[in-house]
Design a protein around this ligand. Structure first.
Ligand SMILES: [Zn+2]
Length: 113
């Protein structure tokens, strides 16, 4: 799937409650296998996707795992990564993929109300 970045994040299994780390692949910022944690600042200045300094952006992410390593039950594997002012704030499972029909499906700038 080409170059992407990785967000490392702890996920809790909805079935057995075990907590494990997953790599979530996303394309935003300088896209070159950069690794991030929640709270990190997005880097720019290379193979950039998107724009720096946005107030809020939702970035599409997909987990490299789709099963819990303990109980083998399926887990959510598509997440939205909330980035505010280039800082990775939190993630949510994606329930509505239709949001991601712009910008090659990589990110969405929410409408400011
Ligand atoms: Zn589990």
């Amino acid at each position: 799937m080409g170059a992407y970045n990785i967000l490392k994040v702890d996920i809790k299994c909805q079935n057995c409650s075990s907590i494990f780390m997953v790599n979530i692949q996303f394309k935003f910022g300088d896209t070159w296998q950069n690794q991030y944690l929640i709270g990190d600042l997005i880097r720019w200045g290379g193979a950039d996707i998107g724009m720096p300094g946005l107030d809020k952006v939702k970035v599409y992410g997909i987990s490299e795992l789709d099963k819990c390593p303990s109980c083998q039950q399926p887990i959510f594997d598509e997440y939205e990564i909330i980035v505010e002012k280039d800082i990775i704030k939190y993630i949510n499972p994606i329930f509505n993929l239709e949001d991601y029909d712009s910008n090659d499906g990589n990110y969405v700038i929410p409408v400011q109300s």
